[in-house]
Design a protein around this ligand. Structure first.
Ligand code: SF4
Length: 408
C-alpha cells in the first residue's frame, strides 16, 4: 500500500455563530488568531452546565472507544480532587489527526481541557503528547495566562502508549504500559484520584460545545452521529491526509473527497489496526458507530485492486505482535504465533490447517490480556478471514488473486 501524500486539515461544516470555521483558525494559529476566530472560552463552573450541553450535543469520544463524553465527565465528577488528562499520544501508525490538530489548533485543545477541568473543579491538568507536537503545545501554553497549571508530558511513539491506563501509568511512573483493564480510572486513576482521560480531538469538540452549545453541535451530522470528526485517510488513494467530515458521511464519499474512485478500491480498513476490513460492496456504509463502518480512532486505509488484503493484514499483525511489552501471556506467545500463521497464509501454500489454527488463536488470545490489544488484533484477523475469504481459498492453493488481477 502506498502512504498518504499530503496532510490537509479541512472542514465541511457550517460555521459557528461568529463566522469562524471549526478546527481552522489557521495553520499554527497563535492566541490572538484563535480568539479572533472563536471568541473567548466562557468560564466553566463545577456542576451541570457543561455536562448538560455535552449530553445535548451527543458528542462521543474520538479516540476509539466512542463513549459518550458527558458520561465520562459525570463519572469522574463524583470523586475528590479529580485529575484531567488530554491524550495526544496517537499510537496508531495510520493516524495523523491528533498531531495535526495539536500542531495547527493547540489552543482549541487547551480550551477543551480547561473547560473540562473547570466543570470538575480539577486543579491538576496534563497534556500527554508526542515529541512532534510538544513544541506547538508549549508555545501555545506560553501565550496564555490560564494555562500555567497545565503540565506537558511526553508520550513515547508506541502503539499502546495512548491506551488510557498506559497514559496514567506514563504520567505517574514514566512507564507507558497498560495496567489492569478492570480498574476504572474515573474512580481511581492518577495517584488513586478520579481521573478523566480524553483524546485531544474530543477536547477540541468540547471547547466548541462549551462556546456554542449542544444544539449548535447537532446542526451538523445525523441524529445518530451528530457533529463532525477528523479522519486520516491513507493507502491506495490519490490524495491522503486529515479531513474533517460530518457525522454519517459514507466511506465512498470520503474516498471521493480524496480524489479516489471507490470502484478502484477492493476493500477499506476502517478504524485503524484494531479496526475491521470493509469489502468493496459495502463502501456505501456510513462512517459512524451505528452506520456499518465504526470509525474507531478515525482511520481509513484504502486497499487498491492490485493489493493483497492478506499480505496487508499480515504486515499489520506482525507490527502489532511486536508492539506489546510482553507483560501478558497472549502477547508473549499468542500474538507472535498468530502473526506467524497469518504470514504463512499470506505467502501462499500454507501448511494444512493454517486457517483453522488462525481462527483458534484469535479465540485463545481474546479477553486474557491486561488491555484489549490481543482482542483488537484478533478481531482484525477474523475480519480479514471473512472479507478476503476468496483470497484465503486462493492462497491455500498457492495463488494470489490480487497479483493475478494486477497482471491481467
Ligand atoms: S495485553 Fe499485551 S499490550 Fe496489553 S498490557 Fe498485556 S502485554 Fe501489554
Amino acid at each position: 500500500m502506498s502512504t498518504a501524500q499530503a496532510v490537509v486539515l479541512s472542514t465541511r461544516t457550517p460555521s459557528p455563530p461568529d463566522g469562524a470555521w471549526p478546527f481552522a483558525a489557521g495553520g499554527s494559529a497563535g492566541l490572538a488568531a484563535h480568539l479572533a476566530a472563536y471568541g473567548p472560552l466562557p468560564a466553566q463552573r463545577p456542576g451541570a452546565g457543561l455536562v448538560r450541553e455535552l449530553e445535548l450535543s451527543g458528542l462521543t469520544g474520538r479516540g476509539g472507544a466512542g463513549f459518550p463524553v458527558w458520561r465520562k465527565l459525570t463519572a469522574t465528577a463524583t470523586g475528590h480532587q479529580p485529575v484531567v488528562i488530554g491524550n495526544g499520544a496517537e499510537g496508531e501508525p495510520r493516524s495523523q489527526k491528533d498531531t495535526n490538530l495539536l500542531q495547527h489548533a493547540p489552543h482549541l485543545v487547551i480550551d477543551g481541557l480547561l473547560a473540562a477541568a473547570g466543570a470538575l473543579a480539577a486543579d491538576d491538568v496534563y497534556l500527554y503528547v508526542r515529541a512532534d507536537s510538544a513544541d506547538s503545545v508549549r508555545r501555545a501554553l506560553a501565550e496564555r495566562p490560564d494555562g500555567t497549571q497545565m503540565q506537558v508530558v511526553l508520550a513515547p511513539h508506541t502503539f499502546i502508549s495512548g491506551e488510557a491506563s498506559a497514559v496514567v501509568n506514563a504520567i505517574e511512573r514514566g512507564i507507558a504500559l497498560p495496567t489492569d483493564k478492570r480498574h476504572r480510572l474515573s474512580a481511581a486513576g492518577l495517584h488513586g484520584r478520579p481521573t478523566l482521560v480524553h483524546n485531544v480531538e474530543t477536547l477540541a469538540h468540547v471547547a466548541l460545545v462549551a462556546r456554542y452549545g449542544g444544539a449548535w453541535f447537532r446542526g451538523t451530522g445525523t441524529p445518530d452521529d451528530p457533529g463532525t470528526r477528523l479522519v486520516t485517510v491513507s493507502g491506495d488513494v490519490r490524495i491522503g491526509g486529515v479531513l474533517e467530515i460530518a457525522g454519517g458521511t459514507r466511506v465512498a464519499d470520503v474516498l471521493r473527497a480524496c480524489q479516489t474512485d471507490p470502484a478502484e478500491v477492493s476493500a477499506v480498513l476502517v478504524g485503524g489496526y484494531h479496526g475491521q476490513w470493509l469489502p468493496a460492496g459495502e463502501l456505501g456504509a456510513a462512517l459512524s458507530p451505528s452506520g456499518g463502518a465504526t470509525p474507531g480512532a478515525g482511520i481509513i486505509v484504502a486497499l487498491g485492486a492490485g493489493s493483497c488484503g492478506l499480505r496487508a493484514t499480515a504486515e499489520i499483525v506482525g507490527y502489532l505482535a511486536g508492539q506489546s511489552a510482553g507483560q501478558c501471556g497472549p502477547c508473549m506467545f499468542g500474538l507472535p504465533a498468530l502473526a506467524g500463521a497469518v504470514d504463512l497464509l499470506a505467502a501462499g501454500r500454507p501448511p494444512s490447517g493454517t486457517t483453522d489454527r488462525i481462527a483458534r488463536l484469535t479465540t485463545t488470545v481474546a479477553g486474557r490480556g491486561a488491555c484489549h490489544h490481543p482482542d483488537g488484533t484478533g478481531r482484525l484477523v477474523l475480519s480479514a478471514l471473512d472479507v478476503f475469504a476468496e483470497e484465503v481459498a486462493a492462497h491455500t492453493h498457492g495463488r494470489c488473486t490480487a497479483v493475478v488481477g494486477r497482471r491481467s
